[in-house]
Design a protein around this ligand. Structure first.
Ligand SMILES: NC(=O)C1=CN([C@@H]2O[C@H](COP(=O)(O)OP(=O)(O)OC[C@H]3O[C@@H](n4cnc5c(N)ncnc54)[C@H](O)[C@@H]3O)[C@@H](O)[C@H]2O)C=CC1
Ligand SMILES: O=C(O)[C@@H]1CCC=N1
Length: 268
C-alpha cells in the first residue's frame, strides 16, 4: 500500500512520521507533497520520505491520499486532484469542516474518510474521531483505523455531525487547556514567582490532575470535592469561577468551535 500525504505542516508531517513507522507500510511507501519551497527543502533532509513537488508525479501512484492542508486551500487542491485521480483511491481528510459530500464531488473519489485529530498526535497521545462514506469497505476502514492509531487513539463515529462536534471538544480542545495554563501562569507570575517556577507549578498541576483522573473512575466533580475543604481556599476559587459563569462560558466556547466547523463545511 502506498500513502501520499498532502500538506506537510503541523498535522501532515506528524501523521507522515507516525504512519511511516506502521507495519502496514513497507519502506519508502510514504510519499509527501507540499507547495511551499522552504518546506520541500527541509523535507528533503528527512531521508525516509519520498518528497514531491508536483501532484502528477505522486498522486497516480497512491492507494491512500491523506489531505492535511488548511480548509481554505482545499478547493484549488481538489480541482487538481480530480484531473489525476481514479475512483479506486481512498481519501482521508483531517481538514476541519470540509464535508465528505464536497470531497466526493470535487475530487470524483467516492471513498472518503473524514477524521478529526488533535495536536498531541505529535507525541503519540492524540485522539482522532473518524467516519467514512459508505463506499469504504470494512476491511479498508480497519486498515485506516490502524494508520490513525499510529498517532494515539482513534474512535469511529456514526456521522459527520460528530466530526464537527469533536472538532469543538478534542480537535480544538488542546488550545482550551493551553488557555487555562496560560491564565494560571500569568497569575503565578503576578504573585511573584519566576517564569520557570510558574511553569513548573502549572505544568505539574495539570499533569498530576490528569493522571489522577485517568487512574480512577471518579468524575471531575468528585475530584473537585476531594481538593476543596469546606470554607477553604479551593472553594473560594471554585465559587469565584461559578459566580463568573466560567463553566457556561467554556461550554459556549466549545460550541463556537463546533458551529464554526459546520459553517466551514457550508462555505464550500
Ligand atoms: N493544528 C491542529 O491542531 C489541527 C489541525 N487540523 C486540520 O489539519 C489541517 C492542517 O493544519 P496544520 O497542519 O495545522 O496546518 P499547517 O499550516 O501547519 O500545514 C499546512 C501545510 O499545507 C501546505 N499546503 C497548502 N496548500 C497546499 C497544496 N495545494 N498542496 C500541497 N501542500 C499545500 C502548506 O505549505 C503547509 O505546509 C487543517 O485543515 C486543520 O483544520 C485538525 C486537527 C487539529
Ligand atoms: O483551528 C482549526 O481550525 C483546526 C481544527 C481543529 C484544530 N485546529
Amino acid at each position: 500500500m502506498k500513502v501520499l500525504v498532502i500538506g506537510a505542516g503541523n498535522m501532515g508531517l506528524t501523521y507522515a512520521e507516525a504512519m511511516s513507522k506502521s507495519k502496514l507500510l513497507k519502506k519508502r511507501n510514504l510519499m509527501i507533497l507540499d507547495s511551499s519551497p522552504e518546506k520541500i527543502l527541509s523535507l528533503k533532509k528527512i531521508l525516509h520520505f519520498d518528497v514531491f513537488e508536483n501532484l502528477e508525479d505522486c498522486l497516480p501512484k497512491a492507494d491512500l491520499i491523506f489531505i492535511a492542508v488548511k480548509p481554505y486551500h482545499s478547493e484549488e487542491l481538489f480541482a487538481k486532484i480530480k484531473a489525476l485521480a481514479n475512483p479506486g483511491q481512498i481519501v482521508i481528510s483531517i481538514m476541519a469542516g470540509v464535508t465528505i459530500g464536497t470531497m466526493q464531488e470535487s475530487m470524483g473519489i467516492p471513498k472518503v474518510v473524514r477524521a478529526m485529530p488533535n495536536l498531541p498526535a505529535q507525541i503519540g497521545k492524540g485522539v482522532t474521531s473518524y467516519t467514512a462514506s459508505k463506499e469504504v469497505s470494512r476491511i479498508e476502514l480497519l486498515t485506516i483505523e490502524n494508520l490513525l492509531d499510529t498517532t494515539g487513539k482513534s474512535i469511529h463515529v456514526s456521522s459527520e455531525k460528530f466530526i464537527d462536534a469533536s472538532t469543538g471538544i478534542s480537535g480544538s480542545g488542546p488550545a482550551y487547556v493551553f488557555y487555562f495554563m496560560q491564565s494560571m501562569m500569568e497569575a503565578a507570575l503576578k504573585m511573584g514567582f519566576s517564569a520557570n517556577d510558574s511553569k513548573v507549578l502549572v505544568s505539574k498541576t495539570f499533569e498530576g490532575a490528569v493522571d489522577l483522573f485517568n487512574q480512577s473512575d471518579l468524575s471531575p466533580n468528585s475530584w473537585m470535592d476531594r481538593v476543596a475543604s469546606k470554607g477553604g481556599t479551593t472553594r473560594a476559587a471554585l465559587d469565584s469561577m461559578d459566580d463568573n459563569n466560567v463553566k457556561e462560558l467554556i461550554k459556549e466556547a466549545a460550541y463556537s468551535a463546533f458551529n464554526r466547523a459546520v459553517e466551514l463545511g457550508e462555505e464550500k
